[in-house]
Design a protein around this ligand. Structure first.
Ligand SMILES: [Zn+2]
Length: 413
């Protein structure tokens, strides 16, 4: 996590708002309709103006709180303003058993502390509602009427992909998809440079006028170090505008890309030297970061290996092998088959290592080679018979990418 500038910070709040990850939220609204319960109003800080100053003696409050890992139901309900007999009554509602850490719950509570209505959206898109009918509480569950809009965002890398996506209000799940889509072309731990830019078109699911969750990336463009890559989602994969598959036989980076590991990208580890002297690439990363197979393979070796510490060697089709060293823990057994992106172990500092990092080697016929110099064979392109349909589908998405990329450039000039 880098230092958040004021811009990044407000963008981070915007991202929080998208997912309703609201830390503290108190507002006054007499309305009881579902839309108001799922109000988009949110803030991560208490409002400075006393609520009473705005509206005289409100009939009810709407509060929204996030159910946290480790929360007890009674502690959580008391944050929503529900205690005593009301909390007791609610605790007996079976609907509340669907509550999970990370869910945001909105509750309308009367000035006397009685529940008027409560609702939350589950990870399975079920809208759970509890409302008062006289002295009784009534629960209902229904499939949330989510609808999808297409969002388009563009940003420029200053320090990291996540800082850039935060600055543009792009959700983390979309940033991670970007790293995945272009993972055969770009090593997001090492290749990014200040000034690299990207544009992304993605699904944004809404409920009652409020964005609640990002969906799939539909199309994206990434310009890194003077090279521009484009991707369009089609069938089960992502393809370049000419129909070539973006899925490569090997990932550029053997390290899981995450908010935590991405912050280490530009740091140089003390042991790291020029690749020539070193025969490999070192990725500094926190102990426990997931190490993944860069391609489908059979595990040739898994165990301790002198100065390499805990080591996994994978044998890929052709003359390729890859080596992953200094692991804290190995997650595969010799002889096992692994697919691209499978977890084979975790970053550590076993063997000759002064700090947690992954030592990675890409070997051709047993000789260590710089993976950046190897032409990586690609997975199958769009079948010839489908090319016309693919082009017809991809054209408007690519037009959107170009429009946004160009307007972003114009802003920079
Ligand atoms: Zn090394």
């Amino acid at each position: 996590m880098g230092v958040l500038g004021p811009f990044a910070r407000s963008a981070a709040i915007a991202v929080l708002a998208v997912f309703g990850a609201v830390a503290a939220f108190a507002t006054i609204a007499p309305s009881t309709d579902a839309e108001a319960l799922l109000s988009p109003t949110s803030s991560v800080e208490a409002l400075p103006i006393p609520a009473e100053a705005l509206l005289p003696s409100p009939a009810s409050y709407i509060r929204e709180e996030r159910y946290q890992r480790g929360d007890t139901l009674s502690a959580f309900l008391s944050r929503l303003g529900l205690a005593g007999a009301e909390a007791e009554l609610l605790a007996h509602q079976r609907a509340l058993q669907a509550l999970r850490p990370g869910y945001n719950v909105a509750a309308e509570v009367s000035a006397e502390g009685r529940l008027v209505a409560l609702s939350f959206l589950t990870a399975r898109d079920t809208l759970v509602q509890v409302s008062r009918e006289g002295e009784e509480l009534r629960s209902s569950e229904e499939r949330a009427a989510l609808y999808t809009q297409v969002a388009m965002k563009s940003s420029v890398v200053q320090s990291s992909l996540f800082a850039a996506s935060d600055a543009a209000g792009i959700p983390d799940s979309v940033a991670m998809q970007l790293a995945d889509i272009f993972g055969g072309e770009i090593d997001f731990h090492r290749d990014l440079r200040k000034g690299d830019q990207f544009t992304v078109v993605y699904e944004l699911h809404h409920l009652a006028g409020r964005p609640v969750r990002a969906g799939r990336v539909l199309a994206a463009e990434f310009s890194s170090r003077g090279k521009t890559f484009r991707a369009v989602h089609y069938g089960n994969g992502y393809y370049a505008p000419d129909g070539n598959n973006l899925r490569k036989a090997f990932l550029r980076a053997p390290l899981e890309f995450s908010r935590v590991s991405s912050g280490f990208g530009l740091r140089v580890h003390p042991i790291a030297k020029a690749w020539r002297a070193h025969q490999g690439i070192d990725y500094a990363a926190p102990t426990g970061t997931r190490v993944r197979a860069v391609g489908g393979a059979v595990v040739e070796y898994a165990g301790p290996r002198g100065g390499y510490g805990n080591t996994v060697i994978l044998r890929h089709p052709g003359q390729y092998t890859t080596v992953y060293a200094h692991l804290s823990r190995i997650a595969v057994k010799r002889g096992a088959r692994v697919e691209q992106n499978d977890t084979i172990g975790f970053v550590g500092q076993t063997g000759w290592a002064t700090g947690p990092h992954l030592h990675y080697e890409f070997r051709v016929n047993g000789q260590s080679r710089n993976p950046l110099s190897i032409a990586m064979p690609a997975a199958s392109p769009v079948p010839t018979a489908e090319l016309a349909a693919f082009h017809a589908y991809a054209a408007p998405l690519i037009a959107r990418l170009e429009l946004l990329a160009n307007s972003n450039l114009a802003q920079l000039e």
